[in-house]
Design a protein around this ligand. Structure first.
Ligand code: NDP
Length: 477
């Protein structure tokens, strides 16, 4: 008997993904560079389904039914290239190599093109949900050729998370589209976490609430429109007490946020595409700021607001509800920006990404799963060509209801000296988009003054330059 699918790379993710396939009745070939991991999988889980272990890549490939489908779950980067080479050496035209690691989409584009020349399918696939998702149902974002998805798709849809019976897996688009979308998913995850962290910080600083009391607030928020996995686990983390010291867990953790790189990639790509993903960028930069202990120590003595500065009277009592609204409004902005980035990349690379479908497959299995995503899907269902999520009638009215609270929160934070870059930049983005005229007109004037970069006029077609250093007459450029 041969295997329906194979997994090579049996660390946390690969092992659980292999078990997930086995639980769904598939015969799963398993392989790992260091054979000990394969043995471990067989020792611990052989009884859960049909596994075919292999000690060598050659044996692993030979144990697969044609067209062969081999999933790579190894460290992203050079290890992935190495494993692709090993697999490809034993594969035949029509076979598929699926990369489920967190690859950069540019690498995926390169790999797909190279393997296509050898007659092999390469399917760069985003997988979200961590260890738990891999085992019980992740959100899966496969790229690669539509032809490959025809054979591979049903297997992936089987093991994916399901919401209302719909699998959290859809063919995203060709070559790097899947990994691109997974990257933006992670970027949005960064901004979601940043906004949650700002909410916690502001409420704690302004109202002197304890982490346990704040945990209760987040638990309450999770019953409303903010309902999501990240809000749910925020309540868990804030409520957790350190066993060793008896102090709130959040107070014994070093306050320097680390990153593996997908947030940074999202921002780098957004800069290239010219899409303002300010929410994600602020989240990445906030982590970077936290990671500079020397600068922070040196700056500790800098002047702040009068220690007696308090949120405005009257605002105080309602601050919890205001922050909830500001969080929701800022979250809408962050998602709108992430979806813009996918739309722009889709145009740039010819991927034809169905944005509503992306909201659908993020509803379950992944870290940013949330009730909110149903609203995004509905927005794109109603208008596939929506210029920005902000103008969808449901979101527009949510923003309209939240905006007063949002402004009070940003003002309060500035007054008492609590940094809320996520809230403030989201509000600035909202106000920027809304504006009838932007000061970009002045920027154009300055550019023309010092660099003769020209400008366009509101009343006539064409490009113009003013002769700033002479008599200031205007010429057609
Ligand atoms: P790791 O990223 O820790 O990678 C370990 C695995 O890579 C081991 O099986 C290791 O083999 C293998 N490996 C490393 N270098 C090579 C090489 N040169 N040749 C062959 N195999 C190699 O494992 P994870 O399970 O955490 O993640 C796997 C992938 O999934 C990564 O790309 C990760 O970014 C991605 N991912 C992870 C998530 C998570 O929550 N952890 C979520 C979503 C995606 P050996 O045992 O021989 O050392």
């Amino acid at each position: 008997e041969k295997a329906d699918i194979g997994v090579t790379g049996l660390a946390t993710m690969g092992r659980n993904l292999a078990r997930n396939f086995a639980h769904h009745g598939y015969v799963v070939a398993v392989h790992n560079r260091t054979e000990e991991r394969t043995r471990q999988l067989m020792d611990d889980h052989a009884g859960e389904g049909a596994f075919l272990p292999s000690g060598s890549v050659e044996e692993f490939v030979a144990s697969l039914n044609r067209p062969r489908k081999a999933i790579i779950m190894v460290k992203a980067g050079a290890p992935t290239d190495a494993v692709i080479e090993e697999l490809a050496a034993y594969m035949e035209p029509g076979d598929m190599i699926i990369d489920g690691g967190n690859a950069n989409y540019e690498d995926t584009r390169r790999r797909e093109a190279a393997l296509k020349e050898r007659g092999l399918h390469f399917v760069g696939t985003g997988i979200s949900g961590g260890e738990e998702g891999a085992l019980n149902g992740p959100s899966i974002m496969p790229g690669g050729a539509a032809e490959a998805y025809k054979t591979l798709g049903p297997l992936l849809e089987d093991i994916a998370a399901k919401v209302d019976g719909t699998p959290c897996c859809v063919h995203v688009g060709p070559d790097g589209a899947g990994h691109f979308v997974k990257m933006v998913h992670n970027g949005i995850e960064y901004s979601d976490m940043q906004l949650i962290a700002e909410s916690y910080d502001l409420l704690r600083q302004a109202l002197g609430l304890s982490p346990a009391e704040l945990a209760e607030i987040f638990r309450e928020w999770n019953r409303g429109e903010l309902e999501s996995y990240l809000i749910e686990i925020t309540a868990e983390v804030l409520g957790h007490v350190d066993a060793a010291t008896g102090r709130p867990f959040v107070d014994v953790v070093v306050d320097q946020a680390e990153q593996k790189g997908t947030g940074r990639w999202t921002v780098q790509s957004a800069l290239d595409l010219g899409v303002p993903v300010t929410g994600i960028a602020e989240a990445v930069f906030s982590r970077a700021l936290s990671g500079h202990p020397d600068q922070r120590a040196a700056a500790r003595g800098l002047a702040g607001p009068d220690a007696t500065a308090k949120p405005e009277a009257g605002v105080h009592a309602d601050l919890v509800e205001d922050v909830r609204r500001a969080l929701y409004a800022s979250k809408i902005v962050a998602y709108a920006q992430g979806f813009d980035q996918m739309a722009e990349a889709s145009k740039e690379y010819g991927w034809d990404i169905d944005l509503g479908a992306m909201a659908t497959i993020w509803r379950g299995g992944c870290i940013i799963r949330a009730r909110f995503l149903d609203r995004i899907r509905a927005a794109y269902d109603a208008d596939r060509k929506l210029p920005t999520l902000l103008v969808d009638p449901t979101f527009a009215s949510a923003l309209s209801e939240a905006q007063d609270a949002w402004r009070r929160v940003v003002a309060t934070a500035a007054t008492i000296g609590v940094p809320t870059p996520g809230f403030s930049s989201a509000l600035a983005y909202y106000d920027g988009l809304r504006r009838d005229r932007l000061p970009a007109a002045l920027v154009q004037g300055l550019r023309d003054f010092f660099g003769a970069h020209t400008y366009r006029r509101v009343d006539r077609e064409g490009s113009f330059h003013t002769d700033w250093s002479a008599d200031r007459t205007e010429h057609s450029a």
